[in-house]
Design a protein around this ligand. Sequence first.
Ligand code: ADP
Length: 481
Amino acid sequence: MKPYDQLLRDCILINNYWASADRRFPVMNPATGDLIAEVADADTNHVVEAIGAAAVAFETWGKTTARSRSLILKKWYQLVMQHTDALASLLTAEQGKPFTEAKGEVIYGASFIEWYAEECRRTYGETIPAPVAGKRLLTIKQPVGVVAAITPWNFPVAMITRKIAPALAAGCTVVLKPAEDTPLSALALASLAIEAGIPPGVLNVLPTSDAASIGKVLCTHPVVKKISFTGSTEVGKILMEQCASTVKRLSLELGGNAPVIVFDDADIMVAVKGTLASKYRNAGQTCVCANRIFVQQKIYPDFISRYREAVAELNVGNGATENVQIGPLINEAGINKVRRLLFDATEKGAEVITGGGTHPAGGLFFEPTIITNCNDSMLLSREEIFGPVSAIYVFNDEHEVVRLANKTEYGLAAYIFTQDINRAWRVAEQLEHGMIGINEGIISHAEAPFGGMKESGFGKEGGYYGIEEYLETKYLCIGGV
Ligand code: ADP
């Protein structure tokens, strides 16, 4: 008996009905290689059916009062919080992150449901002073309609609630396609949503091993009015092209290449702690993880020795066991990518000072690693590492480091460590990244806008911005008044 058995669902959810399918695909535990479940594999017929169910449901859900939606969302929030441990153990089983981190994700994920349960009652329109007599100008906010959400495997709970909670709160109905590696958390969340009173068709979930075909139907179907996607820039570009045919609204939260800048005047332990938190969370598998760590020359020796000590204390192992900070990478492709980037870096002169190889805990485990002597000829200065590898660069002055930090097509998160308030302002304003952590490595909160610039995408999740993504602003002009 597993702690999550009660929440384990292995079917497709359409119209609050759990449907089976001709084919099934395996969901494996990356720490042990064990099979967790074989999940019904949705095909294009299921997508069309789910879109139809969402369209019918929208007729009613879109007209409910904000207060009634708020009450259902609050109930969903409470149920998620009541099942925190079970959801976290399922998350650890299918994704690998340590249980305490998984618990943190469930609570963070739930906070979006709570926030949007509150926020949906404040989607105000406005009245606008008219420039001529006899007219009245105003705006109202209305839900955009049927929304499709496509989510990644690195946050199997939070990436879902961050999209679905504001969509449902706005009055939209949803077809969700979770990542093939981690569909079980999505299905578990959906089962709690049904228990909370989400009506049939309002939330439909399509686990599938054929993301490309399902994605194409979602992007090209005229009934779907918006796509919200989190994943790679490469796939984001495909979706953008596919959405062009129906001029669909899009939110894209894509890859990152986060710089961390440690200035000479930083509080060194704040910088070490913040960099460590940003780099090694989820074994380095987040789009806001420190990808390039720039350390100013004077503080460099001290920073390296303390950072190395802190990294040496990280325990690697199965996230389901106690006192583990680094779980496995998600799959073989993840390990191969880290290996390839490390090989390229060392070929080009990087020096491995800690770790550097796979870990005896098992095939998908990688040692927490630090490499120094990095430069911008290396592939890992351009690509997301997505693994527990700290790549350290040295810099001389502020002007130089701003230029280097911006030398990427990505623009998601960046971090600055300095005790000089003027420098913090100056540099934050110059960085071409959508979110800036100042003396802080963990920056996402339900109340704040999460999102990128450049090829990291567009659209915001979280805060009052997050619900706007699911609302049309309709303008009314009343004449003859
Ligand atoms: P990652 O590299 O983090 O796995 P992906 O962009 O490949 O990022 O995956 C993010 C999400 O996009 C997953 O749900 C995945 O199934 C989905 N996906 C991958 N390829 C496509 C595609 N061609 N069309 C639609 N969705 C896709």
